[in-house]
Design a protein around this ligand. Structure first.
Ligand code: NAD
Ligand code: GDU
Length: 334
């Protein structure tokens, strides 16, 4: 039986996808250097610790596990860090993706699913993006991902490979059964940070900017539950295995919530007030970004199961309690 290679499978989104693949009976091998991932998050799959840019190592794994498709999650993901250290991002996100593609070429692998980001769009006029919206990233993280997209399309144009590029919007929430979650150290993402405050790991939650041209003055984002996003990867894999064409797809629900609404949802889930500090806008933030995600639904037959802010927040908070060693309602959050 062939295997799927999942790079970055010990990380937040990769581990949820590995779990779904394993649960439905796919054979999976993970390569992860554990720079931000966790060995114990990889359950039921083979695990190889190493760098996805290491051509010899990756080539050995592709051959030994008879890999027929690659899901490429491994990357650095912190936007402000990409501004202060852009070469780190071009090296890991773009350079290492090039090496991985070279290994696939050598091994004759013809199916590739790539973790891209809504950050490739930058600031859009109406705060909404479909896949044909011009890509104008405003930070090196977004550019490093866009460069990988271009490289992948160019390689696929030779006929050697077919791809699905998934552009994730704001990913949040955790496995509703509490087996794995979002453990990234020094997290900066809103729902994770707010939940860390709710369990007492941080003294407050900051709202960056209350003067945007949005209904309540705070930023608006399209939050997608990690389980729905993982499910989109499985459908993308099936699409490629069935001989489907190359696709670029937004991954979001098509509607958004404001930062203030998110903070209120976390307070509701926690059952107590939060210490909210209102601060000026965070440099580089855009007011609003919502996905048009009709193409994902039409091309892959994907339908969300967790499109509910309170549910997203409850699963995230439940995991945060587990990390903090508190008792929690893991099995009942869904
Ligand atoms: N979290 C989000 O909201 C979001 C949004 C858009 C896109 N993405 C993309 O999704 C993917 C996964 O992100 P995540 O949130 O799960 O982050 P994460 O940091 O939890 O996962 C990344 C994983 O890749 C591993 N890794 C990094 N560089 C590696 C290398 N050179 N070799 C081997 N392993 C390496 C890390 O150890 C980690 O396990 C990334 O490509 C990211 O750019 C995430
Ligand atoms: O402590 C916080 C954290 C965030 N925010 C606000 O919450 C919103 C969302 O911010 P996040 O940092 O959670 O997410 P971003 O929208 O900045 O970016 C995320 O989603 C992008 C896609 O849209 C990229 O994929 C990127 O990798 C990922 O960091 C923004 O208005 C931000 O200012 C706060 O007010 N306080």
């Amino acid at each position: 039986m062939n295997s799927v290679l999942v790079t970055g499978g010990a990380g937040y989104i990769g581990s949820h996808t590995v779990q779904q693949l394993v649960e439905r009976g796919d054979r999976v091998v993970v390569i992860d250097n554990l720079s931000t991932g966790f060995r114990e998050a990889v359950r039921g799959a083979s695990f190889v610790e190493g760098n996805v840019g290491d051509i010899e190592l990756v080539s050995r794994v592709l051959e030994a596990h008879r890999v027929d498709a690659v899901l490429h999650f491994a990357a650095h993901t912190v936007v402000p860090e990409s501004v202060s250290d852009p070469l780190k991002y071009y090296g890991n996100n773009t350079g290492n993706t090039r090496n991985l593609l070279a290994c696939c070429a050598r091994a004759g692998i013809d199916k590739f699913i790539f973790s891209s980001t809504a950050a490739v769009y930058g600031s859009t006029e109406a705060g909404v993006a479909d896949e044909d919206t011009p890509t104008r990233p405003i930070n090196p993280y977004g550019t490093s991902k866009l460069m990988s997209e271009t490289m992948l399309r160019d390689w696929c144009a030779t006929g050697a490979m077919r791809h699905v590029i998934l552009r994730y919007f704001n990913v949040a929430g955790c496995d509703p059964l509490g087996r794995i979650g979002h453990s990234t150290p020094q997290a900066t993402l809103l729902i994770k940070v707010a939940c860390e405050h709710a369990v007492g790991k941080r003294p407050s939650i900051s709202i960056y900017g209350t003067d945007y041209d949005t209904p309540d003055g705070t930023g608006v984002r399209d939050f997608i539950h990690v389980e729905d996003l993982a499910a989109a990867h499985l459908r993308a894999l099936d699409h490629l295995r069935a001989g489907g064409d190359c696709l670029t797809l937004n991954c979001g629900y098509g509607h958004g919530y404001s930062v203030r609404e998110v903070v209120e949802a976390v307070a509701r889930a926690a059952g107590h007030r939060l210490n909210v500090v209102e601060l000026p806008r965070r440099p580089g933030d855009i007011p609003k970004l919502i996905a048009r995600s009709d193409r994902l639904r039409e091309a892959l037959g994907w339908e969300p199961c967790y499109d509910d802010l309170d549910l997203i927040v409850r699963t995230a908070l439940s995991w945060e309690h587990r990390l903090a060693g508190n008792s929690f309602r893991a099995a009942s959050v869904a």
